[in-house]
Ligand binder design. Sequence first.
Ligand code: NAI
Ligand code: ENO
Length: 368
Amino acid sequence: MKGHVFVIGLGLIGGSLALCIKQKHPDSTIIGYDINDEQCKLAKMLGVIDEIADTIEAGAVQADLIVISTPVKETEHILELLNELPLKNNVIVTDAGSTKEEIVKKALCLKEKRITFIGGHPMAGSHKSGVTAAKSILFENAFYLLTPQEHIEKDKIDILKEWLSGTKAKFLILSPEEHDYLTGVISHFPHVIAASLVHQAEQTSQDQNLVTRLAAGGFRDITRIASSSPEMWRDISLHNKKVLLTLLERWQTEMEKVVTMLKEENGEEIYNYFFDAKQFRDELPIREKGAIPAFYDLFVDVPDYPGVISEITGYLAEENISITNIRILETRETIYGVLVISFQTEEDRERAAQCIKHYTDYETSIGP
Ligand SMILES: NC(=O)C1=CN([C@@H]2O[C@H](COP(=O)(O)OP(=O)(O)OC[C@H]3O[C@@H](n4cnc5c(N)ncnc54)[C@H](O)[C@@H]3O)[C@@H](O)[C@H]2O)C=CC1
Ligand SMILES: O=C(O)C(=O)Cc1ccc(O)cc1
């Protein structure tokens, strides 16, 4: 497709969407704006955008597609500003925010001017921020939720999907309310819990300095999302306050049940609590990319001797397979340890498993 695409907010998500759009539509012109000059310059330098707009107005008036990828409270202000501008009649405005109800409500002002707004949320990302973390494969196979209102014509939705087809994501249409409830359960609430687990460890570390060292492995992994941008999560929490409060209340009731089970030393109920959770979790699709992106981890049982990491990375390098992280899970009492290697894509992980099988006798698996 040809046309001018204006990306407001050149961070992880705006930058990644810009890359996807340009890759699929090389004849389009990507114009970018960010309140932070540094991000604009970096975006231009890295080839994420073709041009920098000095102001939102300068970029918006020439755009055929406007993508807002700022923290969600900022998105509200930007929608108000866009409403004041002489936008092109056929422009489509979308956003990438993690919440939808408040944003869609705010965007109703554009309806009066017959400007199309379609709320969007690519459900993939990371705890990293900024345009330097942007990559075109970020959304591959992820869900891309769209929340068009009833008055939006189907062909506008199709045009937006075509603009965004380079994400290789799976589009799903939901109402803003459904969206906020579901993402509240599987993404926003877990962020609150991850932060609270870290707070608890931090409090313990004040008089037990071993905590930080012991937390380096599994604890660090399950709380990874607590390293995300506090500004972004402040805004998401404020927008999705209603859902979060409901979930927190439910959680408190659940924790009270756990307290009772423990006080009463009710082994059967404690067993069932863990068993039921395990059963539901084990049935979650592992090949599907959810809201909180999975790591493409490969577990390799390796003999515990010095040099085993360089041996394996050497084989992978020979086959040109890039890794994003590598670590030893824990040194076991047996002579074997577990090496966990993370990859950017499922395909890389599969190639790595084949490669290790080819060069060694080590067992590999995709789950511990
Ligand atoms: N990080 C993630 O994993 C995901 C984030 N999202 C949503 O995408 C949006 C962007 O998030 P990220 O790219 O991760 O954040 P980021 O922090 O990497 O980028 C946000 C950018 O917006 C800029 N910005 C802030 N206020 C602005 C304004 N008024 N005008 C212009 N630029 C402004 C910032 O300078 C920054 O460069 C957020 O709404 C977030 O909820 C959606 C899916 C995943
Ligand atoms: O892995 C992580 O850090 C995430 O949780 C990514 C993420 C963040 C925000 C979203 O709205 C969707 C996905």
